[in-house]
Design a protein. Structure first.
Ligand code: AMP
Ligand code: ZN
Length: 470
C-alpha cells in the first residue's frame, strides 16, 4: 500500500499518518451541541469524519472513536430557561434525533458518545491540575480562568501572533473571535438560571458549570488517554475551541494532546455558511421530505474535497440522485451476472490501486469517486461481452464491495432488494426441502409467507423462479 498522508492543521503540511501504536487510531471528533437537531452543515463535518474513519479501517487499522455530546452550554441553558425545563429535558430528545439522523445517513457508530454532564468530576480534576501548575486562577466573578500568557504554546494551532495574546483580559462566553484571544473560562460560577435548569454542580470553587472547551479536553483524555492520534472537527472550531483544548490538555500533562488536527471546510447555502444564526439551515428531515436518499447526500458530500467549501443546491443534489442510481443499477447487475472477462478483473485491480492512492493523498474522495465511476463504465463494457471468467466477476464484486464500504452510496432500493432476495432464496430452499420430505403443509405455508410479501413463485423443471409482483 502507498503511504497514507493527511493534512495536519498543526504543521500546515500534508504528512504521513499512522497510529502511534501501529494498530488502533485514537480519534476524537467534536460532536453536536444538542439544543436543536443538527443541520446539514454539521453533517458535512460528521460525514467527513465518517469517511475518515472508514478509510482508516480500509487501511487495516482499528479505530477507537469518541464523539462527545455537548449537553451543557450557554445555548442549551438559554433554551431550557425559555421553556422552563431542565437541560436534560432539552437535550434528551435532541440526542435521540441525532442518532436517528446519523443512522439514516449511514454514519458508522463511534465507540463512545460521552455526554459532558457525565464527566463533571473529570473536568473538575483537570481544572485542579491546571491550578497546581499555576495556569488557572479564580477571578472576582467567582469563575476560574486559564491564563493564556502562562502557557508558551498558546496560539500554535491558529498561529496567533504573540502581540495578539492579551494577558489578564478575560472572556466568559464560549465562542469569541481571534482578535479577542484572552483568558478563557474553565469553570463558570453558577447563576440563578443555571440552578433553575439543573446546570450547576458543586466544585472546590463553589457551585458552577464547565466551560465548553474544558469538556472536550477532559472527555478525550479520560477515554482515549493523554496523547491521541487524531482530533477532527469543522474549520470554525480551530479557534478558539481547539486552541483552548490544546492549552488545557498540554499545560496539565506536559505532553502533546493530539498528534494530528484535521479540519473540514464549511457547507454553504447561496454562498453563506450554513448556520442556525444565519437562518439558512436544512436538516435531515427536510432531505427526507424531498425524497433525497442518504446515498445521494453522501455522494454529494464526497464529491468535493473536505478542505474545500461546498455549496448545497437542488441542482447538485439532483445530479447526485442520478449518479447513485447508476451505482445502484451497477450493483444489481454485478449480482445478476454469472461471469466476466479478464478485462473485468483488470478494471477491478485498477480501481483498488487508484482508490488507495487517492485516499492516501489527504483523503482525496473526489478522485476516488472518479475512479469508481470509471470502473463502472469499464466494467459495464466488459460485462456486455458476456465472458466466461467467474473469477473475474468475483474480483469485480470484491473491489466494488471494498470501495462501497467507504462511500456507502448504493441507494436503499438496491440494499432492500438484496436483503429481500436473500430472504426469498432462503424461503425457497426451505420449501424445496419440505417438498423433498413430502411435508406439503410446510411447503404451502412458505408459499403463503412469500405471497404476503408480494413474491410470486413458479415451479419449472429447472427449478423455482420468483418475482416481485407489487
Ligand atoms: P456545533 O453543534 O455547532 O458545535 O457543531 C458541530 C460540528 O459541526 C462542528 O464540528 C462544527 O465545526 C460543524 N459545523 C457547523 N456548521 C458547519 C457548516 N456550515 N459546515 C460544516 N461544518 C459545520
Ligand atoms: Zn470539542
Amino acid at each position: 500500500m502507498p503511504d497514507f498522508r493527511l493534512y495536519n492543521s498543526l504543521s500546515r503540511e500534508i504528512e504521513p499518518f499512522a497510529p502511534a501504536d501501529g494498530h488502533t487510531v485514537k480519534l476524537y471528533a467534536c460532536g453536536p451541541t444538542v439544543y436543536n437537531p443538527a443541520h446539514l452543515g454539521n453533517y458535512r463535518t460528521f460525514l467527513f469524519e465518517d469517511l475518515l474513519r472508514r478509510v482508516l479501517r480500509m487501511r487495516g487499522w482499528a479505530v477507537e472513536q469518541v464523539m462527545n455530546l455537548t449537553d451543557v452550554d450557554d445555548k442549551i441553558i438559554k433554551r431550557a430557561t425559555e421553556r422552563g425545563q431542565t437541560i436534560r429535558q432539552v437535550t434528551d430528545p435532541v440526542i435521540g434525533i441525532f442518532h436517528d439522523d446519523r443512522e439514516f445517513l449511514r454514519i458508522q457508530r463511534a465507540e463512545h458518545y460521552p455526554r459532558a454532564t457525565d464527566f463533571i468530576a473529570q473536568m473538575i480534576a483537570l481544572v485542579r491540575r491546571l491550578e497546581e501548575k499555576g495556569v488557572a486562577y479564580k477571578a472576582e466573578d467567582g469563575s476560574v480562568y486559564f491564563a493564556i500568557d502562562k502557557f508558551p504554546g498558546y496560539g500554535k494551532l491558529s498561529r496567533l501572533d504573540t502581540r495578539e495574546i492579551k494577558s489578564g483580559a478575560r472572556v466568559a462566553q464560549d465562542d469569541y473571535a481571534k482578535e479577542n484571544a484572552q483568558d478563557f473560562a474553565l469553570w463558570k460560577s453558577a447563576k440563578p438560571e443555571d440552578e433553575a435548569c439543573e446546570a450547576a454542580w458543586d466544585s472546590p470553587w463553589g457551585r458552577g458549570r464547565p466551560g465548553w472547551h474544558l469538556e472536550c479536553s477532559a472527555m478525550a483524555m479520560a477515554i482515549l488517554g493523554e496523547t491521541i492520534d487524531l482530533h477532527a472537527g469543522g474549520i470554525d472550531l480551530q479557534f478558539p475551541h481547539h486552541e483552548d483544548e490544546i492549552a488545557q490538555s498540554e499545560a496539565a500533562t506536559g505532553k502533546p494532546f493530539s498528534r494530528f488536527w484535521c479540519h473540514g471546510e464549511f457547507l454553504l447555502t447561496d454562498g453563506a455558511k450554513m448556520a442556525k444564526r444565519v437562518g439558512n439551515v436544512s436538516t435531515v428531515a427536510d432531505l427526507r421530505a424531498n425524497g433525497v436518499s442518504a446515498a445521494a447526500l453522501r455522494h454529494f458530500m464526497f464529491s468535493t474535497h473536505y478542505r474545500k467549501q461546498l455549496n448545497l443546491s437542488g441542482e447538485a443534489l439532483e445530479g447526485s440522485v442520478e449518479a447513485v442510481r447508476r451505482v445502484g443499477d451497477f450493483a444489481e447487475r454485478l449480482e445478476r451476472e454469472r461471469a466476466g472477462t479478464p478485462g473485468l478483473a483488470e478494471a477491478a485491480e485498477t480501481l483498488l490501486v487508484e482508490v488507495a492512492n487517492a485516499f492516501g493523498d489527504d483523503l482525496n474522495a473526489p478522485r476516488a469517486m472518479g475512479a469508481l465511476f470509471e470502473f463502472i463504465t469499464a466494467a459495464n463494457r466488459e460485462l456486455d461481452v458476456r465472458g466466461k471468467d467467474a473469477e473475474a466477476l468475483a474480483r469485480a464484486r470484491e473491489a466494488f464491495r471494498q470501495v462501497n464500504a467507504v462511500f456507502d452510496i448504493v441507494p436503499d432500493r438496491v440494499v432492500e432488494d438484496a436483503t429481500l432476495a436473500a430472504w426469498v432464496e432462503q424461503q425457497l430452499a426451505e420449501r424445496a426441502a419440505a417438498r423433498q420430505r413430502r411435508d406439503f403443509a410446510t411447503a404451502d405455508s412458505v408459499r403463503k409467507a412469500l405471497e404476503e410479501k408480494g413474491i410470486a413463485i413458479e415451479d419449472s423443471p429447472t427449478g423455482t423462479r420468483w418475482k416481485k409482483v407489487h
